[in-house]
Design a protein around this ligand. Structure first.
Ligand SMILES: [Zn+2]
Length: 320
């Protein structure tokens, strides 16, 4: 048991970078480590053994226990208002592109932007062995009630330690973690109850939580399933289109997801029936879902256009 353990809610993006709009979003390694610097409030208080709950742009993505913290000197480039030195926000629609967020509200273009490089200490807190994916789509705003203060600004905010077990239970969804392990938080994770995940884009986890929020704990094909076996499948390969729209995804049990990605299983967007490739009909589970009618309300259906695209690509496999 670790003494004086703390728990923190951290944001997966540097809020200043969000403000600047200059960051493309997720750190792909956020399920392994969190980086911050000495400009961030609470940076001195984060310790090995602490629990870190990582928030994405919409949901709490998961949590881990800090196994190590390394630090090194580094630099940080700040963008500043040319009039008052305040931090400007980037505007995507209006021009000029920048506007000061301080009282002066000065609006200006790239040419006038002032850069200042400052020395900072950079930190990397690792928790790769203890990271646990959230199964329940807890909205980022709801994490606020688990904080031990009313801070709405800092990237690293303290959580009320006595309420952490409740938070963990909420994130576990209905596939509850064993109650007995809740009494000792550090052991909960180290003791082997974590849910194994592969290295995965955090956007993917966010997408999965959106789908669970939209459809409930339900595989499109096999019906009610514990969230921990449900995965978000992009109907079209994510790299090709970079969209996390809910109708572009299927919530599928892990095995069905694999088959779908390999074009051994498809959804016919005209009949809304499942079709499995002849090669896998010999496996009872997959043979029996062939030509199964999907029970899904019209307004919850995934995009028929995307399914048609996938269907077209699967033809080669089905004919093999
Ligand atoms: Zn200003």
């Amino acid at each position: 048991m670790i003494e004086s353990q703390s728990a923190w809610a951290v944001i997966a993006k540097d809020p200043e970078l969000i403000l600047w709009g200059s960051h493309d979003g997720y750190d792909d390694e956020i399920n392994e480590y969190y980086t911050y610097d000495s400009q961030v409030g609470n940076y001195r208080n984060v310790q090995v053994g602490d629990l870190v709950f990582v928030k994405g742009s919409e949901h709490l993505l998961g949590f881990g226990q800090i196994e190590s913290i390394i630090s090194e000197p580094g630099e940080k480039v700040l963008r500043k208002c040319p009039k008052c030195g305040g931090s400007p926000e980037m505007r995507t629609v209006k021009s000029p592109k920048w506007r000061c967020t301080r009282g002066c509200k000065y609006e200006f273009s790239d040419a006038e932007l002032v850069f200042e490089t400052i020395n900072v200490i950079k930190f990397k807190a690792s928790y790769r062995n203890t990271w646990t994916d959230a199964n329940f789509p807890l909205a980022k705003a709801n994490v606020f009630e688990f904080q031990s203060n009313r801070d709405t600004q800092s990237a690293i905010r303290p959580l009320e330690l006595s309420r952490v077990p409740e938070l963990i239970m909420a994130l576990a969804g209905s596939s509850d973690l064993p109650m007995g392990s809740i009494s000792e938080i550090p052991d909960l994770i180290i003791g082997g109850h974590r849910i194994q995940i592969g290295k995965r884009r955090i956007g993917q986890q966010e997408f999965r939580l959106s789908l669970i929020g939209f459809h409930g704990e339900k595989c499109l094909i096999s019906g009610a399933q514990p969230a921990c076996v449900l995965e978000a499948s992009h109907i079209r390969k994510f790299a090709d289109h970079e969209s996390h729209a809910v109708d572009g995804g299927l919530l599928l049990r892990r095995d069905f997801h694999t088959l779908f990605d390999r074009y051994l299983l498809r959804i016919n967007p005209e009949t809304w029936k499942v079709e499995t490739a002849p090669q896998i009909h010999k496996y009872p589970t997959y043979g029996s879902v062939h030509l199964q009618q999907l029970e899904i309300e019209t307004q919850r259906r995934p995009s028929a256009d995307l399914l048609a695209e996938h269907f077209e690509k699967s033809k080669l496999i089905f004919a093999a």
